[in-house]
Design a protein around this ligand. Structure first.
Ligand code: AMP
Ligand code: GLY
Length: 421
């Protein structure tokens, strides 16, 4: 069969690598892809938001299955547009992708269906938010309602910071229209865990857990980024946590969406915080995590095509989802200065070291081909993943492999997975 993947990051490279392992797949296309994905797929220069062009391309090439990796096209309704033309697509429709697309929506859903999450209020205007904050307990969390590249969350320690935050989100529109509404949320503390799942509208199957490191610098310092590294599984995701989430969070979310007439098919990513009162939902995403996919998918034993088709066909209950009994660590190699300002266009050396090395992967994010050379083309450049029998071994393998590749202004965190000793 012919598969089209929509997106251009490390996550889409990891999806492409899984798809390439399937015996059912003859040809992979990726729109727009990147220099690494080009090793597995034919990359086509169509942007992820060019719905008409994507649909025309899929029809022209008789694509059997399209997998949408990114949040923007999902929230914008790419699945609906392609389905209306009779195409088979993996991902939630627009009315379900709102689970990620609007924090006000997801908070209201959780409240209505008693799914554990932080207490919150929603505001449509800055004045009311300001009045509320004057009487609120600090620290407090402000969240732009819409999509903001994972950066629309402000943790405010003082009233002054909170009032500045309201100004930047709702008045200065730092995150654009995502800040037309704002959620103000109780500050929680605890370990964070990312749990990805496959969903077919009624059945949910949980993938192996992971943990992201969102801050730019060692020791979880510096600005929030899209994610600087991940490990899987998370040792903090115990049987007790799993039991609790199965009882109160996972199926409850799928059932709530169905009850609202927003049947969800695709990947639900649960961003959880393990608080003293038990696990609570920090956020939902309607897609694989990036860089969570880079540690979870290499450990998946199933043929990804079987699982994805079962989600589309509503037969996920027949799938026995299985993961290797090992661990994986992904270290992001970024351009120094990310996420604020950085240079790009530097040649990348040493990529061939990953060829045919079992248990090692170099997933490309911000890379492109320039006159036959692969050069840096973004903040997050590569995701170096390695597996190991234990997390410790996987971490040591991953850091060893980060030495194989080099480019000017290469930057990485040195403590990915350190908390797992
Ligand atoms: P989100 O995009 O909603 O996952 O938020 C980004 C990050 O902000 C999370 O990974 C947490 O580290 C932090 N965060 C979000 N909500 C809260 C909260 N209610 N309490 C404490 N930290 C939070
Ligand atoms: N790594 C977090 C995300 O994909 O949103």
């Amino acid at each position: 069969m012919k598969v089209l993947i929509v997106g251009s990051g490390g996550r889409e490279h990891a999806i492409a690598a899984s798809v390439a392992k399937s015996s059912k797949v003859d040809k992979i296309y990726c729109a727009p892809g990147n220099a690494g994905i080009a090793g597995l797929a034919e990359c086509v220069p169509i942007g992820a938001m060019e719905f008409d062009k994507l649909t025309a391309f899929a029809k022209e090439k008789a694509i059997d299955l399209t997998i949408v990796g990114m949040d923007d096209p999902l929230v914008g309704g790419l699945v609906d547009v392609m389905e209306a033309e009779g195409l088979r697509v993996f991902g939630p429709r627009k009315n379900a992708a709102i689970l990620e697309g609007s924090k006000a929506f997801s908070k209201e859903l959780m409240k209505k269906y008693n799914i554990p999450t932080a207490a919150y209020e929603t505001f449509d205007d800055a004045k009311a938010a300001t009045e509320y904050l004057k009487g609120a307990k600090m620290p407090i969390v402000l969240k732009a309602d819409g999509l903001a590249l994972g950066k629309g969350v402000l943790i405010c320690n003082t009233l002054e910071e909170a009032l500045d935050g309201v100004k930047s989100i709702m008045e200065d529109k730092k995150f654009g229209d995502a800040g037309n509404r704002m959620v103000v949320e109780e500050f929680m503390t605890g370990r964070e865990v990312s749990v990805l799942s496959f969903v077919d509208g009624k059945t949910i199957k949980i993938m192996s857990s992971a943990q992201d490191h969102k801050r730019a610098n060692d020791g979880d310092k510096g600005p929030n980024t899209g994610g600087m590294g991940t490990f899987s599984p998370s040792p903090f995701y115990t049987q007790e946590v799993d039991d609790f989430c199965k009882k109160h969070i996972y199926q409850a979310t799928v059932d709530a969406m169905a009850a609202e007439g927003r049947s969800f098919k695709g990947v639900i990513f649960f961003g959880l915080m393990l608080t003293e009162q038990g696990p609570k939902v920090l956020e939902y995403n309607a897609r694989f995590g990036d860089p969570e996919a880079q540690v979870v998918l290499p450990r998946m034993k199933n043929d990804i095509i079987d699982v994805v088709e079962a989600c589309i066909d509503g037969t996920l209950d027949k799938i026995d989802l299985q993961f290797e009994d090992n661990a994986a660590v992904c270290v992001i190699l970024a351009s120094d200065g990310y996420p604020i300002s950085y240079e790009k266009g530097f040649p990348i050396r040493g990529l061939e070291a990953f060829d045919n090395k079992e248990g090692y992967y170099c997933f490309h994010a911000g890379t492109k081909l320039d006159n036959g050379n692969i050069v840096t083309n973004g903040g997050r450049v590569l995701g170096v993943t390695a597996t190991g029998v234990t997390l410790k071994e996987a971490r040591s393998n991953a850091y060893e492999a980060t030495k194989w590749v080099d480019f000017d202004n290469k930057y990485m965190r040195n403590d990915i997975g350190n908390s797992i000793n």
